[in-house]
Design a binder for this molecule. Structure first.
Ligand code: KG4
Ligand code: ZN
Length: 333
């Protein structure tokens, strides 16, 4: 019955979780709202805020789980990808804590952890399965063979899906992060109001920089004709933009699922919280008789529960790190 403490500090969420035997006992997340006024994450500010918050967040995770630090068997932490300074806070904290308690360290890949968040639901996927991982920094189609062996079949060549949402929100004057707001406004809008272009990339790769630019030009043109255009049609523009991103993601995923003959499909990462993506993904899976897996909302955006479950499976395999371990900002192994 191993008990693990997990730490996530790759971007602008300081998070800690305690899990026992693969069951999450606590999942504490502090989001750094201070970045909002800059319209994006400021790396140096992020690391300073992690430093201020990490002790409190870890203590809250232990208290919520009703676990004493003496009961811990290992500490798992995000090694990358992420912001170097932000990762360093988690890595250094984990090293110090593990050294003080004389327990092992476990490194976790943030992208693999997003995928493994699907194992925190009541009906986890069966291997091999295909996962569409969509976050603020990544867009990947991954063939998941087991808890640690994963093959990236395709990924974005430029902007990530989350970035396409966030940059569009910025163009429309909405605060960061824009994804959840576009999702919210889109609910009241007409997805057929405007047809945004789809990117035509061969194979399983994606491209999202074109759609963001086309939004910019479209709004420039329309507001020249009517200065109130966006105020009148914000919901319609959000719905049309969102539906094109979701369609692009799911069209590629469908081709990859057919090519690999998998029976289980999953989504993961911050953008998997998007209501239209969740709805259309479920519809697609029902149509093709694929088993659909969607993480609970609390495990979609950055959290430490996903680091805990990924760390737990490395613990079972005896995969520990030494105390010289360093962050991998780009996620390279
Ligand atoms: O996985 P995540 O929390 O952090 C990274 O690892 O990047 O993903 C954050 C991204 C942001 O781009 C945010 O706008 C997007 O996820 N996001 C959403 C929604 N909730 C979060 N995008 C669209 N709809 C949402 N409901
Ligand atoms: Zn993430």
């Amino acid at each position: 019955m191993p008990t693990l403490l997990a730490i996530e500090s790759s971007c602008d969420e300081t998070a800690a979780s305690v899990c026992r035997d693969g069951v999450i006992l606590s999942n504490i997340i502090t989001s750094q709202l201070e970045h909002e006024k800059y319209g994006g994450v400021i790396p140096e500010l992020a690391s300073r805020l992690h430093q201020q918050q990490i002790v409190r967040v870890v203590e809250a995770a232990l208290a919520k789980a009703n676990v004493s630090k003496k009961d811990l068997d290992a500490i798992a932490f995000t090694q990358g990808p992420g912001l170097l300074g932000a990762l360093l806070v988690g890595v250094s904290f984990a090293k110090g804590y593990a050294m003080g308690l004389n327990i092992p360290l476990i490194t976790v890949d943030h992208m693999q952890a997003h995928i493994l968040a699907n194992f925190l639901s009541a009906t986890p996927p069966a291997f091999p399965f295909l996962c569409l991982t969509v976050s603020g920094g990544h867009t990947q189609l991954v063939l998941v063979k087991n808890y640690t062996e994963m093959e990236i079949m395709g990924q974005t060549r430029d902007d990530a899906a989350g970035e396409a949402f966030d940059k569009a929100a910025k163009i429309m004057g909405l605060p960061y992060p824009g994804g959840p707001l576009i999702d919210k406004y889109a609910k009241e809008g007409n997805p057929l109001f405007h047809r945004f272009p789809s990117s035509d990339i061969e194979g399983f790769d994606f491209s999202f920089s074109g759609i963001k630019t086309s939004l910019l030009y479209y709004l420039q043109k329309e507001t020249q004709a009517d200065a109130e255009f966006l105020t009148k049609h914000l919901a319609d523009v959000c719905a049309s933009y969102q539906q094109q991103i979701v369609k692009t993601l799911l069209d590629k995923m469908k081709s990859a699922a057919i090519a690999t003959s998998v029976k289980h499909l999953a989504i993961a990462g911050g953008v998997s919280a998007n209501s239209e993506l969740r709805r259309r993904f479920s519809e697609m899976c029902a149509k093709y008789k694929w088993q659909a897996h969607i993480p609970d909302f609390q495990y979609c955006t950055d959290n430490a529960g996903m680091i805990a479950i990924a760390g737990y499976h490395k613990f079972l395999q005896g995969e520990f790190a030494d105390f010289y371990v360093t962050p991998f900002p780009k996620g390279e192994k």
